[in-house]
Write a protein that binds this ligand. Sequence first.
Ligand SMILES: Nc1ncnc2c1ncn2[C@@H]1O[C@H](COP(=O)(O)OP(=O)(O)OP(=O)(O)O)[C@@H](O)[C@H]1O
Ligand SMILES: [Mg+2]
Length: 315
Amino acid sequence: MKITILSRSGAIASTRRLVEEARARGHKVRVLDPVKVEMHLDGRSANLYYRRSKLKSCDVLIPRIAQSISNYGLAVVNQFAMRGVPQLNGAQAIAQARNKMRSLQLLSANGIDIPATVMARDAADLKAMVSLVGGVPVLVKLLQGQEKHGVMVCESLQSLEAALEAILGLGHNLVVQQYVKRTGHDVRVFVVGGRAVAAVRRRARVGRLSRTLIRGARLRRIEPTEAQKRAAERSANLVGLEVAAVDLLDVKGKPKVFEVNSSPAICEMEEATGVNLAGLVIERAEALVEEHRRALEGRPAEKRRPRSPLKEGVA
Ligand SMILES: Nc1ncnc2c1ncn2[C@@H]1O[C@H](COP(=O)(O)OP(=O)(O)OP(=O)(O)O)[C@@H](O)[C@H]1O
Ligand SMILES: [Mg+2]
């Protein structure tokens, strides 16, 4: 099978792991930098070039589009879709995951529990709505355009108002969220092909709020509860992602999903859990290609779900 990975560089750890696993399973794999892909449309065909040479087609696309080049990168992913190349993940799903406001709306509308959230474009309105999320402290999440851009905790109404005025004054969007404090465990569930395949608990570095890797969080393998698995699998499915990391806060056994990530870091999660996640992604790519082939031949798809290294729930 010929696999194309869209990534800024083959040296990025997650990309390197995907390449390794693809080769180990006997596939041909190439890494293309999405910003070096050129596209041509003329109302009849959708062509792709790489540094001005026509690109040969491939069987499946694995996009790992950096936030900084999201718009162009997703156009490239979409162009591959127009050529009929199956992909994990698709452009629409990635865009949906990256739009925090829309994702929270989608999850909430479909019965997924999320931290109480308010959105408004005016600082005074937001301040007045804080009672709806249980009052201060609250978490303010900055969104630049459609993309996320960091979080801050506001402990008092005064500091909240000042922060909101500054952020909104810069023309940024934001969401204000109930701040789930110590009671909430931060859990990341990795989902591949609709199935929760690994989970970790994330702990922030001392003195840090964020439990994300980039900010030095520590990961520890956990066996997710049935509720966590269900929430993660349903969330990935609603957003339309084949590969996702679903972040949630577990509040006394009740998962509250706060983010669905479309290009999750693979290596750190593999190290923490011992699960070959890159291998599972490639396995899912193989299944997708097979489903695609069957669909083209008009044969019904075989029901095939990826095996999960997590224990199956007892029915
Ligand atoms: N409602 C909440 N209550 C308490 N902590 C939260 C809440 N939402 C998120 N967090 C914590 O803040 C961190 C960042 O939140 P989130 O992932 O939504 O923002 P982000 O913009 O993606 O930032 P990052 O790039 O740090 O992940 C999370 O890792 C989580 O630990
Ligand atoms: Mg995050």
